[in-house]
Design a protein around this ligand. Structure first.
Ligand code: NAD
Length: 287
């Protein structure tokens, strides 16, 4: 029985409509449209695709998107100053720093400097602390996209065994805390995990976020399990594939998200959604 396709593009259409309504309510309430600023350090061909996608989505829902490009050879202090200028900018309600940074710059500066009130990609230390402590929190947009997808397909999380493959600060780790907060039993695997298949075969839900094409094959999946593929890998041929060997996985899984067309289309929308819902997320009293 082939797996049900978890169609990120179809969900994105619905979410986009919802965000248009939220953006116009926001503009009415505040008397101006919401503004998202993206800081990019130097030219980054790999992540520029995402920046363009984010700016396009912002425009399509009625949010002002601004790209601020800082010179490739800046040092930590100038990066911090660039972030602080936008923290103080009244026209900027959401602030996102495109990662990864060029070598030599410290991601810690970003985690320290981005205002927790504008942190629509959940990258600041305060957001990480809020998530850890189960206070309302901005979260990384990719993680929000995974949860949005599971929720839209009404896939139960409470009591389910979830295995996340990948333990990064931007995907695996925050997602683990989000799913724990939804009462799932969460296992996080990573590059040093011995016998990955032993863990994945026990999962009701597998989230693949390792950045390794073809890592998860059908024989590593329990029949009927849900598989969400976060990976984005560019093959020598130029083709973009996920971490899941799609054809073999589709023969075993109950539901499976494709790459492209799965989590990817939802990710920029989740940054925008968090920006528009900021009054519900930012609770200074709880931090
Ligand atoms: P990362 O390199 O920071 O982290 C990768 C994680 O996977 C690490 O914890 C590492 O230990 C683990 N890992 C690597 N190889 C492994 C293996 N063979 N077995 C088990 N674990 C392994 O990457 P990241 O930033 O977390 O991104 C992960 C993937 O998700 C990448 O392909 C990235 O392009 C993609 N991504 C997608 C979106 C989206 O919107 N769809 C957003 C962000 C990242």
């Amino acid at each position: 029985m082939p797996a049900q396709l978890l169609d990120g593009r179809a969900i994105a259409k619905v979410v986009r409509e919802e965000l248009r309504a939220l953006a116009s309510e926001y503009a009415e309430r505040r008397g101006h449209t919401a503004g998202l600023a993206i800081i990019r350090v130097g030219e980054q061909p790999a992540s520029d695709v995402y920046v363009r996608q984010l700016l396009r989505e912002a425009q399509s829902i009625g949010v002002r998107g601004t790209l601020v490009t800082l010179a490739e050879d800046i040092e930590d202090a100038a990066l911090r100053a660039g972030i602080e200028a936008l923290n103080d900018d009244e026209e900027t309600q959401g602030l996102l720093v495109q990662m990864p940074l060029p070598p030599g710059l410290s991601p810690r500066v970003v985690a320290e400097a981005v205002s927790p009130r504008k942190d629509v990609d959940g990258i600041s230390m305060r957001s990480a602390g809020n998530l850890f402590l189960r206070y309302p929190s901005f979260v990384p947009a990719t993680c929000a996209a995974v949860v949005e997808m599971l929720d839209r397909y009404q896939i139960t999380l409470a009591g389910q065994r979830v295995v996340i493959v990948g333990a990064s600060n931007t995907v695996g780790k925050p997602l683990a805390f989000m799913l724990l907060a939804r009462d799932a039993t969460v296992t996080v695997c990573h590059i040093y995990t011995r016998d990955l298949a032993y863990w994945t075969r026990q999962a009701d839900i597998i989230i693949a976020a390792a950045g390794k094409a073809g890592l998860l094959t059908g024989d590593m999946i329990r029949p009927g399990a849900t598989v969400v593929d976060v990976g984005i890998n560019v093959l020598k041929s130029g083709a973009i594939v996920g971490d899941v060997a799609f054809e073999s996985a589709a023969r075993v899984a109950g539901a499976l998200s494709p790459v492209p067309g799965g989590v990817g289309p939802l990710t920029p929308l989740m940054a925008l959604k968090q920006m528009l819902l900021e009054p519900q997320i930012w609770t200074p009293d709880a931090t």
